[in-house]
Ligand binder design. Structure first.
Ligand code: FAD
Length: 388
């Protein structure tokens, strides 16, 4: 059952018509989960949108984080960070509504409603812990009986109904929704060597030459740029507070295939998780959180450690005889940012006295999927203010 919420419903914000949408155009840089969700949110509000990016759904690159995500709903926010908590709950409600009420759409988008079990090294669950702020907002929260704990040192645990997203299916679906709503696309890499203003100028030139923007009579449309370049902002904006949080994981089968479920054990310095990949018999096994490590190469010792930790963790659920078959190793770099996500306006001079307003929206670290809706709605509000 859904518990009462302190967070307001946001559907009214999405439904508001964009009064100045005809005379304006939005150029989104980046086609990860943040850029694509923002595109869909702005298009649904009536804006015309072009997405410019180097990497697109289906591409695999260490410069493109979104395809490598575990992509589950599990909040990392604490109650004093009210905005992050709000964003997390917005995504929980959004995904849960699709999973529960629109089965076909959920399948197409790769959204799966599954139990999530979190094991802990703490001797017992402390219901007053600030980290459990979210329990009134999620379905079927309960603590685990000791008999359900794995033999991996975990001393307590809890579970609730969560969501597992198939990242590539989800990204493809967001792009297809954006195109269906009229988004145009430009595939190019913006230069990083001559400063951010030069890159924005290049983006504007691409927009004009690629025909992404039509003139309204003789009037120039006002263009607002939204910068959703993730870790790319480190070089594009010379933002020194951006840093990678490296995650290594394995795509694997478990024999015999158990029922879909997410298992997670945080035992610093280790994080161990098993996440189902909807529509397949595969699971993502992880993982690591290694700050300031830019390496895109998998490390064999880490893969061995992941298999060992996942075998211990999965026994009570998958059975004593269950075996892991590793199909591939993968590495992704979470876009970490000291000071948290950057959502703010910058006015950039792109030459010949022309100024362009840029809304930065990057640095979502290990929570870009579960923050995308709230973050995109915040940008929608900023864009409305700029253009009103
Ligand atoms: P990206 O996906 O990296 O997209 C950036 C875009 O900008 C790309 O299209 C790129 O081509 C473009 N770009 C950058 N620079 C330029 C340039 N110079 N010119 C043109 N285009 C450019 N999040 C969750 O919510 N839940 C999870 O369970 C979860 N698990 C994770 C597990 C792992 C192992 C990892 C690595 C991440 C995980 N995340 C999770 C975090 C999530 O994946 C990220 O927060 C999110 O993908 C960031 O998306 P983004 O759109 O900001 O960046």
């Amino acid at each position: 059952e859904q518990r009462p919420s302190q967070f307001p419903e946001r559907s009214s914000l999405n439904a508001m018509p964009a009064n100045s949408s005809k005379m304006s155009h939005i150029l989104i840089i980046g086609a990860g989960v943040i850029g694509l969700q923002t595109a869909v949110t702005l298009l649904e509000a009536g804006y015309s949108v072009t997405i410019l990016a180097k990497h697109w759904p289906g591409d695999e690159s260490i410069e493109y984080t979104s395809p490598w995500a575990g992509a589950i709903w599990r909040t990392h926010a604490l109650p004093d960070d009210v905005e992050q908590c709000d964003w997390n709950i917005q995504n929980y409600k959004h995904w849960m509504k699709i999973a529960e009420e629109e089965a076909e759409k959920a399948r197409e988008m790769g959204i799966q409603r599954v139990p999530l079990t979190i094991f802990s090294d703490a001797p017992s669950l402390d219901p007053t812990s600030p980290s459990l702020w979210y329990t009134p907002h999620v379905h079927s929260f309960s603590s685990l009986p000791p008999s359900s704990l794995p033999a991996n040192g975990a001393k307590s645990g809890h579970s609730f109904t969560s969501l597992a997203i198939h990242p590539v299916t989800y990204l493809r679906s967001l792009l297809s929704q954006a195109k269906g709503l009229g988004a145009k696309t430009i595939s190019t890499e913006l230069p990083t060597s001559s400063g951010f203003a030069h890159a924005v100028g290049e983006a504007m030139r691409c927009l004009n030459t690629a025909g992404g923007i039509e003139k309204e009579g003789e009037e120039e449309k006002e263009v607002v740029v939204v910068n959703c370049t993730g870790l790319g902002a480190h070089s594009l904006c010379k933002d020194a507070s951006m840093y990678p949080i490296r995650g290594q994981a394995l795509l694997a089968r478990i024999h015999p295939t158990p029922a879909p479920q997410i298992l997670l054990h945080e035992s610093p310095p280790h994080i161990t998780y098993i996440v189902p990949r909807m529509g397949t018999d595969l699971f993502l096994l992880g993982g690591t959180k290694d700050a300031d490590n830019w390496s895109g190469e998998p490390t064999p010792e880490i893969s061995e450690s992941i298999v060992r930790r996942c075998e211990e963790m999965m026994r009570p659920w998958a059975g004593e005889e269950a075996k892991i078959e590793v199909l591939s190793e993968q590495v992704g770099l979470r876009p970490g940012r000291k000071g948290g996500v950057r959502v703010e306006i910058e006015e950039v001079e792109v030459g010949e006295g022309r100024k362009v307003k840029v809304v930065h929206q990057y640095g979502h670290a290990g929570a870009g999927y579960q923050n995308a809706i709230g973050s995109a709605r915040k940008v929608l509000g900023i864009v409305k203010d700029i253009l009103s």
